[in-house]
Ligand binder design. Sequence first.
Ligand SMILES: Cc1cc2nc3c(=O)[nH]c(=O)nc-3n(C[C@H](O)[C@H](O)[C@H](O)COP(=O)(O)O)c2cc1C
Length: 181
Amino acid sequence: MTNIIFSSIRNSLNNAVKNPGHPFRYFTLATISNDGSPRMRTVVLRSIDDQLNLFFYTDKRSKKVKHIEQQDSIGLLFMDLEKNIQISMQASALVIYDEKVLNAIWQQIPEKSRKDYTSHLPPGTKITDPENVNYIEGQHFFTAIKLVPQRIEYLQLKKNNHIRVIFNKENDEWSGHFLVP
Ligand SMILES: Cc1cc2nc3c(=O)[nH]c(=O)nc-3n(C[C@H](O)[C@H](O)[C@H](O)COP(=O)(O)O)c2cc1C
């Protein structure tokens, strides 16, 4: 029975990659900052592989990349308000440095979206005027991050019986157990 829920999670995440309107298209990514405090932000789910590893894109100078380089344990949170489903994951994050891989992804990124990874000053730098951000041509700071889930918690709130399931990965096999909601 938990297998069906696991498949539905996989299907929903795959659909979110293809469909920009899907509620799981955007998720909250939590990292641990250098002083040990949690930091959260929204990112876009870009792809998912057969092992359920998830990928998003970012600027390699961003704080989240610095956090991940120091501490690769991260949290992810997906929410579907229509179906009352919450999926939270514990994962390890890997910054992709392989230029060949990054270049292959970069070639697929539409021209207008590439700008996001080319600001002259690093993301998070204080500025006086948001209209006055300079972008570099012919250079970019694009990178992709791979998220490798270890633990997935699923919760669906329903009128009568809520459903809560924990999935753990051991030796590349996922096993699920129902929990008291
Ligand atoms: C709808 C939405 C989608 C976003 N998607 C991404 C994304 O895919 N990658 C990214 O690096 N930042 C994305 N951001 C910006 C981040 O939430 C964050 O503000 C920024 O990356 C700086 O984060 P950091 O300083 O913690 O690294 C998005 C923001 C919003 C509002």
